[in-house]
Ligand binder design. Sequence first.
Ligand code: ATR
Length: 264
Amino acid sequence: MKKYLVIGNPIDHSLSPKLHNYWIKKNNIEAVYDKQELKSHDLKDLIIKIRNKEINGINVTVPFKNEIISYLDELSYEADLTKSVNTIYLKNDKIVGHNTDTEGFELAIKNINYDISEKQIFIVGAGGVVSSIILALKKMKASKILLSNRTKNKAENLKKIFRDLKIIDWGKLPDFDVVINATSIGLDKNDELNIDFSKIKNGRLFYDVIYNPKQTNFIKNAKRLGNKTENGKKMFIYQAAAAFKIWHGIKPEIDDKINDLLDE
Ligand code: ATR
């Protein structure tokens, strides 16, 4: 029986096992997908298990997406550029790290038929997934990407990768077509991002990377002001589907049951 794993810390909240085990069963694959909470000093031994084929694939989540890179043999273009790995597999005896978050975000935006090209994008926050989102935005030909983060240093680190990123001082509000909440504000349903979006013309797209809760205050306020909204659920599903395809060679079907499965 093949074995797959999502690693992170914390990991309890992860919905990846539910999703992958649903697709594994549906496609009659002999495999199991588990979750494991670990610490930095556990990473080395875990990677040995991939080399020994005791584990066939790993998804990586917060806070190890960057740290895991030093244990891998090869990186895909996306993983290398974003310095973020969320999917690991063995190929020709080499341990390969890939980043399916980029594809996940791109497909989520395409799924709602939003055309990013020539749009001005404002990203709030600089958490682990932001480099993947910026790469996806660039692939979709965004005209300008602005980013603001409470800790400016993290924004500046991203600018080292993406030279044309424009950093906005925390608390300032630039004009935009799309705003993306990439902070952890909203994970608690009472959390409120301290930005007054009522000054911005309506009809913009407000995207929240958070999908649990379904409607953060960021999304609720955006709706109230007459904007289009989307949460991070589809990005999550598409990044998982891309990992599934890499490991099992099958593009899993994103059927209606998946919505219910993730809402339970
Ligand atoms: P991840 O766990 O996804 O990698 P992270 O690196 O912990 O996320 O980043 C969370 C993001 O939420 C960061 O941009 C963080 O800002 P800082 O870099 O200044 O820490 C942001 N964030 C979390 N709480 C915040 C708060 N109360 N006010 C402003 N930003 C906040």
